[in-house]
Design a protein around this ligand. Structure first.
Ligand code: DC
Length: 226
């Protein structure tokens, strides 16, 4: 048993609601929440800022190693990502950063750096960690693994709704196209592609309200703790 509780790994494709659901689960359990995608995004942002090539694994690893990473406690259950003393929030949501993060996530060296850092962050347990390879690669020994899925159409519809709520332009066809391309990139790469771990619970949230997904994971937690 880990000092602070279980490690709960949530993996799944882009736009499936892993962060929203993961944060709600963490709040219900008094756990912390870590989005590993933000770590990839932070490194991508730094590379873009400094003009480091997104095609050079060695240079990206050197950049990651030289940076001072910290994960200070944020307002809710989620830790912030701070690089060299700068807390990154809005920067990580930029479209160019999103695209660059998926590109650098292909590389074996970058992934190994991230895996070590993520294991360090979650080793004591009491954590919900969300990403693409948590159950398969980062914490193959997680006490609870969930693979959250939804059809690309349902994910695109949700994203369209979120953007419209924020008063931002939203084009369903473009969003769907983006989601399908991102799925192909994340699942098709050679190093730790997105896939369900054999011992992960599969949850298809296409027709499931968010609260029901949270309830289902909390119920799985109750069973995993026994
Ligand atoms: O979840 P996200 O969209 O913030 O992740 C950004 C990119 O990082 C995503 O395209 C894939 C990559 N990623 C990954 O390869 N492995 C993870 N554990 C998390 C994210």
């Amino acid at each position: 048993m880990r000092a602070n509780g279980l490690v709960i790994a949530i993996d799944g494709p882009a736009g499936v609601g892993k962060s929203t659901v993961g944060k709600l689960v963490a709040s219900r359990l008094g756990y912390s929440f870590i989005s590993t995608g933000k770590m990839y995004r932070a490194l991508a942002w730094k590379a873009l800022e400094l003009g480091v090539s997104l095609e050079d694994d060695g240079a990206l690893v050197a950049l990651a190693r030289a940076a001072r990473w910290a994960f200070p406690k944020g307002a809710g259950p989620e830790a912030d990502v701070s690089l060299d003393g700068r807390v990154l929030v809005l920067e990580l949501a930029e479209e160019r950063v999103s695209r660059a993060s998926s590109a650098i996530a292909r590389f074996a060296g970058v992934r190994l750096f991230m895996k070590d850092m993520q294991r360090q962050a979650g080793l004591e347990g009491g954590v919900v960690m969300e990403g693409r390879d948590i159950g398969t690669n980062v914490f193959p020994d997680a006490e609870l693994k969930v693979y959250l899925d939804a059809s690309p159409e349902a994910r695109a519809r949700r994203r369209e709704g979120q953007l419209k709520l924020q008063g931002l332009p939203a084009n369903y066809a473009e969003i769907l196209d983006f989601i399908i391309k991102r799925d192909a990139q994340d699942s098709g790469r050679e190093n730790n592609p997105l896939r369900k771990a054999d011992d992960a619970h599969y949850l298809d949230s296409t027709a499931m309200p968010r609260e029901k997904v949270v309830d289902a994971i909390v119920a799985l937690f109750g069973a995993a703790r026994k």
